[in-house]
Design a protein around this ligand. Sequence first.
Ligand code: COA
Length: 351
Amino acid sequence: MAGFRIIGSGRYLPGEPYTNDMLSRVLDTSDEWIYKRTGIRQRHYCPEGQGPSDLAVPAARNAIEDAGIEPSSIDFILFNTMTPDYLLPGSGAEFAAKLGIPGVPALDMRQQCAAFVYSFQIASAMLTSGAAKRILIVGSEAHAGYMPWHEWDVLDGKTDKPQSQEDRERATRHRGFCIIFGDGAGALLLEATSEGDAGLLSAELHSDGSQIEQLRIPAGFKERPFINQKVVDEERMFLFMNGKEVFKHAISKVPQAVRAACKKASVSLDDIDWFVAHQANDRINIAIRERMKLAPAKVPSNIKNYGNTSGGTIPILMDEMRRDGRMKAGQLICVFALGAGMHWGAVIIRL
Ligand code: COA
């Protein structure tokens, strides 16, 4: 049967972590509030002047080294990010050039936190049809660019000057979203195979634009000019997130997608070795797990260390699990995610 194997993985988290206590230097919050509501203790931020194409390079190099292949043998790239280096073009081509393989086709995926489940379906279709032999899927984010405080020196503890009241008030107004997100990159290398039964067994993907207002940056090309003072005055360059609605959507729609994907693949929930969940908020994944009566040990979590790295969470978690020996060839995994758009879904993969 034609399918694919995962032959390499890698991850990269920039710099030293920023703890919840450090965030309280620039906004009104606490470690207790953040940890209790989200399960997050710390996150990383991309240095100023770098973007997702930069963070993705060391992650991809790790994956290439892990697989023991030549970068020139990669014949397609799927680049997942919701925080691109530029508003246009997407970051994939720039990333490929920085990786040293300019010319390789690179497709930019805009499904935000759900991009990886979409990428698995596209990669599978390309690898089983013969359109590609080796695909590099990358998820990389630089959310630091839309963090609502501007006085980074205060956060970094590099100044004796107190934070301005204006900066603290702005950051506190947006504290509901900003404490969740962190930066980082993960990469997976997929190779076509005609041996064994490894590959995608099923995909259950959905998009619903009627829910767009729950999670978006409400600035864009409808305006003339598209960057204007009104956007800044109305603070529409930040993420608007209706946390409660996103939460409700995730815990109702994701279990439906997981069950449907299992049905399509003719496998039961008990057959799955690992449920690899997008790491948006630990409370979402605990609620999904409890609704579906999944064993806690089968739904691994690493959000405590990284926060929500959007497109990066799934490959970062899979890389950790492959490297520490938990995730092995032959196992059956279910990957699920929900992201802005809204997009969501689940895929079943035989490793
Ligand atoms: N620190 C301290 N207090 C905070 C805070 C923070 N970072 N953020 C919000 N609060 C306060 C609010 O001001 C509010 O105070 P009030 O009751 O005095 O008005 C109170 O905490 C409750 O706020 P609310 O926004 O209702 O909290 P919540 O219980 O809905 O939790 C989220 C907020 C964001 C943690 C939660 O809704 C969530 O995680 N949703 C899912 C979001 C998600 O997964 N997004 C990514 C999708 S890919």
